[in-house]
Design a protein around this ligand. Structure first.
Ligand code: CA
Length: 401
């Protein structure tokens, strides 16, 4: 599963407009990289020993170049993220590691079930970590050039891990794009955020559950996790609700309430809750579940910059402690748009005077913002959801002269 998530993240992180750099031969790339490594304080002989005999890994390039025609609908992603098996295994893992999880909850303020949920999505509770040689994978991506600067930076970080004796060469294993161990940290993330959870002096995110869980908790705390705040709550909205405020606008929950939001679950907002800042999330438009999300949702996205992922973490965490999932059904009858259709929609948004932030076939934040502006302008419910219906509307709209 990790590979699928990786592709989705890669699509979000790396602008398809970025031109692939000129293709160098591996030896030519290596000469250039050696200079960068020396400039950053690495020893030339060590770099040549590490990388001199490697060959690019085609399995890594195949995965990196694969672009799915469809982005899976969020409900399909969530079925896998919060599958009965993952919930069952997660409950068992939480019982097995209850002591360290409760210690981490006290010391970092991150709930045990959130730490466990990320563990479950990243590596199936440590069971699926990937068996790629991280050095070879990163050298392959660096040589390939599409995201050379990023891959070289991670390669340098992996070399620092070896230099500092944090990991042995043969144990430097992980997923195809450089994510390692039970936490699926990139080398640069490992250097900054890995901690020793079991007190043996090593930060072993591959073999020590305590180290992996402590590192994840540390990562979330350092990115600003707020203790005792929910990541989000499901809401119902009135028919006159100002949907165009979705996604970008932060308001207090009290202000959202004034505008027509009410709790979906059967309870009242608490007084402290009403003062909390929140954004409105419409993962499948006005017909699907609607949520008010807190800063903690954004902290989860720092782990993996995808709304689907963060919602998966939040909902799996709830399931692990037997809390209810979402009450509103997903609009499963809505067909996902193909990339070509989203491109067409982006072109039409442009000719209608709205900036979708590039024509890349992905309905990202800029495209959704442009769509909301278009919907608002022509008097439609402005939920920013890219659907076939919206594409039809745009096709008959008069272009802005
Ligand atoms: Ca340790």
């Amino acid at each position: 599963m990790k590979y699928v998530y990786g592709i989705i993240i890669a699509l979000f992180l790396f602008s398809p407009l970025a031109k692939a750099e000129q293709q160098l031969s591996y030896p030519d790339w290596l000469e250039q990289f050696v200079q960068r490594a020396i400039a950053e304080g690495h020893q030339e002989a060590k770099v040549r020993t590490l990388l001199g005999d490697l060959t690019p890994d085609m399995a890594v390039l195949d995965r990196d170049r694969h672009q799915p025609e469809f982005t899976r609908p969020i409900w399909q992603y969530l079925e896998s993220a919060v599958s009965p098996l993952r919930v069952k295994n997660g409950k068992q893992a939480m019982t097995e590691h209850a002591l360290i999880l409760s210690e981490l909850q006290s010391s970092t303020g991150v709930p045990a079930e959130i730490i466990a949920s990320i563990w479950g999505l990243e590596s199936a509770y440590g069971k699926i970590q990937g068996d790629f040689d991280i050095i070879r994978s990163l050298a392959t991506l660096a040589h390939d050039g599409r995201r050379r600067n990023w891959a070289e930076g991670e390669l340098l970080a992996a070399m620092s891990m070896l230099d500092q004796g944090l990991v042995s060469r043969k144990n430097l294993k992980g997923a195809w794009a450089g994510a390692m161990g039970q936490t699926q940290f990139l080398p640069s993330t490992y250097l900054q955020y890995a901690v020793d959870g079991d007190g043996d002096g090593k930060k072993d995110i591959w073999n020590s559950e305590a180290d992996a869980l402590a590192s994840t908790a540390n990562y979330l705390r350092r990115h600003g996790w707020k203790t005792d705040k929910p990541w989000g709550v499901e809401v119902n909205l009135t028919s006159s609700f100002p949907y165009h405020l979705a996604e970008d606008t932060v308001l207090s929950i009290g202000s959202w309430q004034v505008r027509g939001a009410s709790l979906a679950e059967d309870r009242k907002w608490s007084k402290t809750e009403l003062g909390d800042g929140a954004r409105l999330l419409l993962p499948a438009g006005a017909k699907g579940p609607k949520l008010l999300i807190s800063g903690n949702f954004r902290v989860i996205k720092r782990y993996n910059n995808s709304t689907s992922y963060a919602l998966g973490v939040g909902l799996l965490a709830r399931a692990l402690v037997d809390e209810a999932g979402l009450l509103t059904a997903w609009p499963r009858d809505v067909k996902p748009l193909r990339r070509a259709q989203i491109k067409q929609m982006q072109e039409l948004l442009k000719s209608n005077g709205h900036d979708p932030g590039g024509v890349d076939g992905l309905a990202g934040p800029n495209t959704r913002r442009a769509l909301r502006a278009y919907q608002q302008r022509i008097g439609l419910l402005a939920d920013g959801f890219a659907s076939e219906q919206m594409l039809q509307n745009l096709k008959v709209s008069q272009p802005v002269p």
